[in-house]
Design a protein. Structure first.
Length: 367
């Protein structure tokens, strides 16, 4: 059972935009219409052009608040009502919430699939531990309510699905993320450089450990992404060269020049940047965390994310051994071939079918 029309929520300020647009493209190729409802700031001109290129995609700028920027539960309740009205107006067969905190106990006209991309509680449990601040508590309670009321939940890895289950008592179905296939540029001469990318200000990215390691290294380390966050968070880099926020094209070019991509993250539900680096032909050096072990075992070099001296030695050793670097890059590129948009879409459609069957009258579900 495949839906004819899906309402997908997204924002234009993070990785969910990439996920939602890739999924929309894949669904469109399978004859599924998508209404992409944007919460928070509107897409920029380049994002709008990318959305317009997807056949059958309708882009709706809702002006509704992002759950992670809301200052209390009331804006989320109002946003949930507005999304229910939009789904009814568009007569969609299914709603795909990339912000499950917007799901409530009210009756929605179609089944709802919630995507567990990340959350404050799992981040806090991994990065900080102990009692959460009050601002995190109400957000976590709201998300827990949303999880309970969704018809189905998906998560981008088994590791994150298990972590979500441990904290919320609900087990999402693992549907791994994917990206469009790209030529990895294997065998070309690369800079003796280590690259990392992401929200550098986020303590979960563990940039201070990589910065300390860079201070011990012979090779150069560069980092693409913002140094400051939306709530005043920041990171100071003394040894890693900051590249700033790059366009997708410029980041891809950097990945195709760097010999090694390193992610020292303590917290990653999936790690889209790692996949993009592997697709571009980088050898991977990754923190030894459950998500990365699940996805990249046998195709990456792993390190203790608390051991910056060991990380420095690992990176320099790999940069010094061109043959090994090329072998590891080939292994990573081969593994990346399994994380495709097509596989992500098929897995997501299977979850949609479960949700639709659970909502359908008995005769229709059996048809």
């Amino acid at each position: 059972m495949i839906p004819r029309h899906v309402l997908v929520t997204a924002d234009a300020v993070g990785g969910v935009w990439t996920y939602a647009l890739d999924l929309s493209q894949a669904l469109a190729r399978r004859g599924v219409r998508v209404t992409l409802a944007i919460l928070g700031p509107p897409p920029d001109a380049a994002q709008k052009r990318a959305a317009e290129a997807v056949q059958g995609l309708e882009l709706v700028e809702t002006g509704l608040p992002l759950d992670w920027l809301a200052d209390g539960p009331q804006p989320l309740e109002q946003a949930a009502r507005s999304l229910r009205d939009l789904a009814a107006e568009k007569r969609t067969d299914l709603i795909h919430l990339n912000s499950p905190a917007l799901m409530d106990a009210a009756s929605w006209r179609a089944p709802v699939v919630g995507a567990c991309h990340s959350c404050l509680a799992t981040w806090w449990d991994t990065v900080r531990g102990g009692a959460m601040p009050e601002d995190f508590v109400w957000r976590t309670e709201r998300l827990a309510q949303g999880y309970r009321h969704c018809d189905r939940l998906i998560a981008p890895s088994h590791a994150f699905a298990q972590q979500t289950a441990a904290l919320y008592g609900v087990l999402p179905i693992a549907v791994r993320n994917g990206r469009q296939r790209r030529s990895p540029s294997l065998g070309r001469l690369r800079d003796r450089t280590v690259l990392t990318a992401g929200r550098l200000w986020d303590d979960g990215k563990n940039m201070t450990a990589l910065d300390r390691a860079a201070g011990r290294m012979r090779g150069a380390v560069e980092a693409a992404g913002p140094l400051t966050g939306p709530h005043g968070q920041s990171v100071v880099l003394n040894h890693v060269k900051p590249l700033g926020v790059l366009t997708a094209e410029d980041l891809d070019a950097r990945m195709r020049r760097a010999a090694v991509f390193c992610s020292p993250s303590l917290y990653e539900p999936f790690g889209l940047g790692v996949l993009e680096a592997a697709q571009a032909g980088c050898a991977l050096v990754l923190a030894d965390i459950p998500t990365f072990r699940e996805l990249w075992q046998g195709a990456a070099v792993f390190f203790d994310p608390q051991d910056d001296a060991g990380l420095a030695a690992t990176l320099d050793d790999l940069l010094d051994d061109t043959d090994r670097t090329r072998r590891m890059a080939a292994l990573a590129a081969s593994r990346a071939e399994t994380f495709t948009v097509e596989a992500m879409a098929e897995g997501t459609l299977a979850v949609y079918a479960e949700a639709l069957a659970a909502h359908a009258p008995l005769g229709e579900a059996a048809a």
